[in-house]
Ligand binder design. Structure first.
Ligand SMILES: Cc1cc2nc3c(=O)[nH]c(=O)nc-3n(C[C@H](O)[C@H](O)[C@H](O)COP(=O)(O)OP(=O)(O)OC[C@H]3O[C@@H](n4cnc5c(N)ncnc54)[C@H](O)[C@@H]3O)c2cc1C
Length: 472
């Protein structure tokens, strides 16, 4: 019987545990123990319920086009609970000089694919519109090395596109800045499009017509669960071996010893054949400091940002007064603390009764650490002041919730992919060690599910139990 320790009970660790549970039930001779520092599993997946409303403290949904979370939900019997975003109402606004301006139709991420809506949009200056026209003739360009998203977007569309779209869009996903994030790690598809087509506009149109020819039925952009993301966590915990779940167990040390791994949590130490660290990379670095200092240094160098989400509930009068659509993004140049806000009742109508509105505001990025230091009252007062300035929303909320996340969102800086290669080479020097989590190849929930599952494949392969990629 091979024993495997999984450290970290967020969605990455739970997905790893699920993959092992599947193998165990299929008859493979494996046992696992899942260590989680806090009293509950799920990491940043937390759903709260207030006044008939479903509030997401962390992720509220995942990208439909990445299949791994949807597939896992289906395996867990949650297919009937999956809901799509209400894309019929998918308008997003950008704050420009204090006013909300609708993103023009046909923008795919920041790439314009429809002429008329872009030309007539007040979102861009004439100069940027001219750059968009010129972009059509951008020659294929294979970059020698990595660069920031800001440099990449600026080469194609100029600085205004960085400020008004690329940076706010990335802030909403990574809590990060276009001037810091690596284009090859964060927007790999765009880098490939540039190499093949030159123009991102032409590449997007080609991709769209290929999808039309393949007759792929249109799918909602985002998928979630009817009763919140926590449903996924609850379903996972319910199918895992109860004896293997070790909550409230902070692992202080992992050490390879004579062909096995000793894992120490509190006063207990236990021996395993392999260890999966499903942790933010800085936490993984702390555990590997002694046995793999070089690996620890590489892991520790991956930056993380902190963020705050604030949910505010309102009555029907406020709901009727809010603009239609999913919400708005705030460019840094607007000088606000808020990075984005979602009109949850429009994006996912199941989340609020018809006489309630839910606003979910997102703060963080470079100022994330400062925000964490503030009290909930101070954060609420900032959010309410900014909602007043942006939406003229002065009504007293029916309820509020503030959720703080310290160092939860990985920032893939320039050179991230090269760092991953070094990490992989160093990891292989520690047989029986596997890594999973949002610090490597994708920060979204589907990527984390995939990383947990892939870590199990790596581990079983190292233990000689199954070749990489095959299932029992
Ligand atoms: C506010 C916010 C909004 C987001 N929105 C979205 C979204 O809408 N869609 C999307 O796809 N993604 C979103 N993400 C990203 C996504 O949710 C995360 O990247 C993902 O959930 C991370 O999962 P994880 O298991 O890798 O890490 P975590 O959830 O951070 O879990 C790691 C776990 O390890 C535990 N741990 C740490 N140290 C130890 C130790 N020494 N011993 C034992 N346990 C330890 C922690 O307690 C924690 O539970 C969002 C993230 C945040 C923070």
């Amino acid at each position: 019987m091979k024993r495997i320790a999984i450290i970290g009970g967020g969605i990455s660790g739970l997905s790893a545990a699920y993959a092992l549970e599947e193998k165990r039930r299929a008859g493979l001779e494996v046992q696992y123990v899942l260590y989680e520092a806090s009293a509950r599993f799920g990491g940043v997946l937390v759903t709260d319920r207030v006044d008939g409303c479903i509030l997401e403290a962390g992720p509220d949904s995942f990208l439909t086009e990445k299949p791994w979370a949807t597939d896992l939900c289906a395996k867990l019997g949650l297919a009937g609970q999956l809901i799509g975003s209400n894309d019929a109402d998918r308008k997003t606004y950008i704050l420009v000089r204090g006013k909300l301006v609708e993103m023009p139709d046909g923008l795919m991420f920041m790439v314009p694919t429809k002429l008329a809506p872009t030309i007539f949009s007040p979102l861009f200056s004439t100069q940027t519109k001219l750059r968009m026209a010129q972009e059509w003739f951008h020659p294929p360009h294979k970059a020698n090395g990595d660069e920031t998203v800001a440099a990449f977007v600026e080469r194609h569309y100029g600085p205004e596109m960085v400020d008004r779209l690329a940076d706010p869009l990335l802030s909403g996903v990574y809590g990060g800045e276009a001037s810091q994030l690596s284009v090859r790690a964060v927007l790999p598809r765009f880098a490939e499009m540039e190499a093949k087509y030159g123009s991102l506009g032409r590449a997007m149109l080609a991709a769209r017509s290929a999808a039309r020819n393949a007759k792929t039925p249109p799918r909602p952009l985002f998928t979630s669960l009817e009763n919140g993301m926590q449903q996924m966590v609850d379903a996972l915990v319910a199918v895992l071996d109860a004896d293997a779940l070790n909550a409230g167990a902070t692992v202080q040390a992992v050490a390879p010893e004579a062909g096995s791994w000793v894992v120490s949590a509190g006063l207990q130490s236990d021996e395993f054949d392999a260890v999966i660290l499903a942790l933010p990379t800085k936490a993984a670095a702390n555990l590997l400091q002694r046995c793999g200092p070089q690996l620890a240094a590489e892991l520790g160098a991956i930056e993380y940002s902190s963020s705050v989400t604030v949910a505010l509930g309102y009555d029907k009068q406020v709901r009727d007064s809010l603009p239609p659509g999913f919400g708005f993004l705030v460019p840094r140049s607007e000088g606000k603390r808020m990075l984005a806000a979602t009109f949850v009742h429009n994006k996912f109508p199941h989340r609020a009764p018809e006489d309630r509105a839910i606003l979910r505001c997102f703060l963080g990025g470079a100022r994330g650490e400062q925000m964490l230091a503030l009290s909930e009252e101070e954060i609420l007062s900032i959010v309410r002041e900014e909602l007043d300035q942006i939406l003229q929303l002065r009504a007293e909320p029916l309820f509020t919730r503030v959720f703080k996340w310290r160092g939860a969102m990985a920032q893939y800086g320039v050179g991230h992919l090269e760092r991953l290669e070094r990490i992989e080479a160093l990891r292989q020097k520690l047989p029986g060690l596997a890594l999973a989590g949002n610090g490597y190849s994708g920060i979204g929930v589907p990527d984390c599910v995939r990383s947990g599952t892939a870590a199990v494949d790596t581990t079983l392969h190292a233990l000689g139990l199954t070749p990489i990629g095959s299932s029992v």
